[in-house]
Design a protein around this ligand. Structure first.
Ligand SMILES: C[S@@+](CC[C@H](N)C(=O)[O-])C[C@H]1O[C@@H](n2cnc3c(N)ncnc32)[C@H](O)[C@@H]1O
Ligand SMILES: [Zn+2]
Length: 190
């Protein structure tokens, strides 16, 4: 098994994004998930100061520990684009994790609490890609020691091909609140 660290969303999704029908800030409805899937021994879902719901540590977590796997239905990009947005009133909200050019994990279908992890410009977690026989699995690891009750966040590394205009940056505005917040969830262009 080969393991690499990566950012979650490398594939442009903008072309699939529709115009917002409402400018009000609201949190998109997520599919109902069995209560038992809304936590594991280390983490659970809570209201977040960053956005909507987030995931917090239930116990102290050591740097390097695996916290959870990002699960959901594995689909191709054409199907991902067809499904997007899952809520037309929140066209920039997504539960997708881009594995590679062929595969997206849709956390809104068959997913669990892991899909509620928010983005931060100063993350305390990162995504690890583990290549198995037939597929690549995504695990969330602690980047540093984390205290019980802290929100678990990773850098989405969202990237779009088009020019990052002020409007686009605003559509992907970041509310992580960290001192080094870029103000947008879009990763800087290389
Ligand atoms: C995987 S969901 C995370 C769960 C989300 N908070 C919820 O309640 O549904 C990803 C979406 O949450 C929002 N989000 C996550 N991190 C954010 C941040 N730092 N600033 C603003 N919105 C964020 C964006 O709408 C993003 O598309
Ligand atoms: Zn930020």
């Amino acid at each position: 098994m080969k393991s690499t660290k990566t950012s979650p969303a490398k594939k442009p999704i903008k072309k699939a994004l529709a115009k917002p029908v409402s400018k009000k800030t609201r949190v998109a409805p997520a599919k109902k998930t069995a209560p038992s899937k809304m936590r594991n021994r280390k983490a659970t879902v809570r209201n977040s100061a960053i956005h909507g719901r987030g995931v917090v540590a239930r116990v102290p977590i050591k740097a390097g520990e695996r916290i959870c796997e990002y699960i959901g239905e594995r689909i191709g990009w054409p199907e991902a684009l067809r499904r997007h947005p899952h809520d037309p009133e929140q066209p920039f909200h997504t539960f997708y994790f881009s594995v590679d050019d062929d595969t997206v994990i849709d956390g809104n279908v068959g997913g669990d609490f892991s899909r509620f992890m928010n983005h931060s410009c100063e993350p305390n977690c990162e995504a690890e890609l583990v290549e198995g026989k037939g597929d690549t699995r995504i695990f969330i690891l602690a980047l540093r020691d984390i205290e019980e009750g802290q929100e678990l966040v990773y850098n989405y590394g969202l990237s779009l091909d088009e020019r990052y205009t002020p409007t686009l940056k605003k559509q992907f505005a970041c509310y992580c609140g960290s001192p080094s917040c870029l103000g947008t969830m879009l990763a800087p262009k290389r």
